[in-house]
Design a protein around this ligand. Sequence first.
Ligand code: P5A
Ligand code: ZN
Length: 477
Amino acid sequence: MRERWENAFSQWYNDIIEKAKIIDVRYPIKGLYVWFPYGFKIRKNLLKIIRRLLDESGHEEALFPLLIPEQEFEKEAVHIKGFEDEVYWVTHGGRDPLNVKLALRPTSETAIYPMFKVWIRAHTDMPLKVYQIVNTFRYETKHTRPLIRLREITTFKEAHTVHSSYEDARRQVEEAIAIYKRFFDILGIPYIVSRRPDWDKFPGADYTMAFDTIFPDGKTLQIGTVHNLGQTFSKTFDIQFENLKGEQEYAYQTCYGISDRVLASLLAVHGDDKGLCLIPEVAPIQCVIIPIWFKGNKEGINAEVRKVKEELGELRVHIDDREIRPGSKFFDWEISGVPLRIEVGPKDIDKNQVMTVRRDTGEKRSVSRAGLKDSIEKILEDITEHLKTRAKTRLEDSIHDAGSMKDAREIIKRKGIAKAPWCGELSCAEDMEETVGTDILGILEEELPAGRGGGLAGTCIGCQREACCVVLIARKY
Ligand code: P5A
Ligand code: ZN
């Protein structure tokens, strides 16, 4: 059942993150929230995966300060213009006004790059690839939402790299995209990668590649971005190296980041009317065992339940032995998204089996105690596969080709994402956004219109002249 999930998603989301004990929204500052212990466990599991992926690909974890002096923050003109309305300032130390105002990092380029200037001397110091996982602050003026639009982003996973050639930086962008793809694939979060149009790129970047996913309400959410910074920041922060010819050259940089939105989309894309459906890999509890007590045999069943837990070894298993009806327990664990429920009652013990119930499909199946762990692991794998495929299919089914403005409008109305040929002119883009009533999300570089050897019509839906590329039009969070 995905009625409410799809048709009243906002309510579903607010309701579930609280009932499933992910985030407490009652903290008295707008846009700042509290992590419940259960939510925090999922967060830890997610961070473990991304740390592994970054470490394995030669990134090193570091940590830079939260506060940035005003003069560093304001050095890069385009960057500051993009962020000035979103910055929180620290102006006092106790009662004394500070000589230099300090910005709470909205992102850390201006904290990190003055240090890169002293770290980088020769081409042998590169590539330099560091990352940090920190909180960042953005005074967002759009409607704030837990995990989605935060004023305190609590898991900003930002990577910053420095290279000795533009080509290396370009390759780094590709590596970053590959890493994020792997990360989202593990979590079964479907995505579209596109190039942001110039008016929507990261302030200071040459170009921005972005990951978007689709929420149940048909709106897309940007879940990650990878920026080629070229030499913009290295010129501002004077990051130079001695090249092979013995000359000083400005370095080439990239940065990329993902946030708490990863968890938001994990929860959103895999849910249903009953609550969350967590991917076993990150679920704090992978199996919950519910003893089905029967008159006079409570102790016997409890003993058997403990044995079952032992048989499941390192799997994350929880025994729910609360003195309440089994039905209430089922309900609670369904909201929390525990992938598999295992019931153990007198009949199961007689037959040397357990009863399993999948969270994603509701399928009930008895499983023999012989080779129990292998069987349960297999079911968990099936759950992962099913959740991944279901989410991926849903995204793919939402994308439709638009041959005209009217088509595009229809597709958006039906909660879809439209793909349309575009001529590259800003005026046509504005026209499209106005007529369709929503935004251009990004440009699909690998997809070409017919005139250029691709599948879609060869003419721009704005002006009917020859198109140069294909754009995605979608509603956005
Ligand atoms: C890349 C890392 C940057 O800040 N500097 C270092 C670059 N890019 S970004 O696009 O501005 O942000 C990276 C990702 O963070 C998410 N995000 C947010 N998540 C929650 N609440 C917010 N207010 C918020 N703002 C940005 C997006 O997923 C974005 O792609
Ligand atoms: Zn046009």
